[in-house]
Design a binder for this molecule. Structure first.
Ligand SMILES: Cc1cc2nc3c(=O)[nH]c(=O)nc-3n(C[C@H](O)[C@H](O)[C@H](O)COP(=O)(O)OP(=O)(O)OC[C@H]3O[C@@H](n4cnc5c(N)ncnc54)[C@H](O)[C@@H]3O)c2cc1C
Length: 248
């Protein structure tokens, strides 16, 4: 089984988000970057498949040299090789086009992405990638079972689950449920040492044009002060909802 896991390099969820240059650019100074959590679920699932069926796991990122620490972490967790497509990932269609160019030459049986990246939250890369490769795509995937060239997949839908069947090669966009949080692997010292020797190849990006350009970013409004009201004092609650919150 030849598996590709697409890895997005994102700010740690505890990071303070600040923009610079008149709110046109994210300020990455002092920010710790991690593997996108949805991709970590995907990588762990890839490890389970490799352990039961054999095969190889390649991780790929479209990004500049700073993302190599994240790829090395994926290697320490258990991926066999890493590829970095060397450019700033400045548009979802651009990223998906570059991933498709790379994946199209490699004949992967299974491509795993996250459902969305937790930084720009576009949720666009997997769908565009599968369209380029002309392979089946299952979004919000929470279960995957492979038997020969057939896959049984479970997808989360509003208030329930859907079970589907598809033929490999296919692409899933994973999330929690594909594996559980307790299954995630923390790189051990041996894994970190071995990761240093595993191949991390840098591929130059081809000329694919961006389709959109961000004009600026805007943070949500500051939360207002919170007023606590005694549960026995319903009259005061009604009065404040009327006079201050103006919702009744
Ligand atoms: C400096 C900078 C400038 C930007 N400017 C723009 C802009 O002008 N217009 C605009 O639309 N966006 C801009 N972006 C955001 C950029 O489009 C996204 O970071 C990127 O395209 C991912 O798109 P997404 O949020 O749709 O990913 P999603 O579709 O939410 O990600 C889903 C999954 O796709 C895979 N994936 C996503 N990104 C990568 C990656 N880089 N490498 C490998 N796998 C990946 C991962 O598996 C991820 O879990 C900018 C980003 C940066 C860093």
């Amino acid at each position: 089984m030849k598996i590709l896991v697409c890895i997005s390099h994102v700010p740690d969820t505890t990071s303070k988000i600040v923009f610079k240059n008149d709110n046109t650019e994210f300020d990455a100074s002092g920010v710790t970057f991690v593997i996108n959590p949805y991709d970590e679920f995907g990588l762990t699932k890839a490890m389970h498949i490799k352990e039961s069926m054999g095969g190889t796991i390649t991780v790929v990122n479209v990004g500049l040299a700073a993302t190599e620490s994240t790829l090395r972490k994926a290697l320490a967790i258990g991926a066999d090789e890493a590829v970095r497509i060397n450019t700033e990932p400045t548009d979802a269609a651009f990223v998906a086009g570059l991933l498709a160019e790379y994946a199209g030459e490699e004949n992967f049986d299974l491509i795993i992405t996250g459902r969305e990246s937790i930084d720009y939250n576009g949720g666009a890369v997997p769908g565009i990638l599968s369209a380029h490769l002309n392979i089946p795509f299952v979004n919000a995937c929470i279960g995957l079972d492979i038997n020969a060239d057939q896959a049984t997949l479970i997808r989360e839908i509003d208030g329930g689950k859907e079970t589907l069947q598809g033929k490999l090669p296919l692409l899933i966009a994973g999330q929690k449920g594909l594996v559980e949080e307790k299954d995630l692997r923390i790189p051990a010292m041996r894994g970190i040492m071995m990761a240093r020797k595993k191949p991390l190849r840098v591929v130059e990006a081809s000329e694919i044009h961006k389709q959109t350009t961000v004009l600026n970013y805007q943070l949500p409004d500051e939360k207002g002060a919170c007023t606590l009201i005694d549960p026995d004092n319903v009259d005061q609650l009604v009065e404040l909802l009327h006079s201050e919150a103006k919702v009744i």
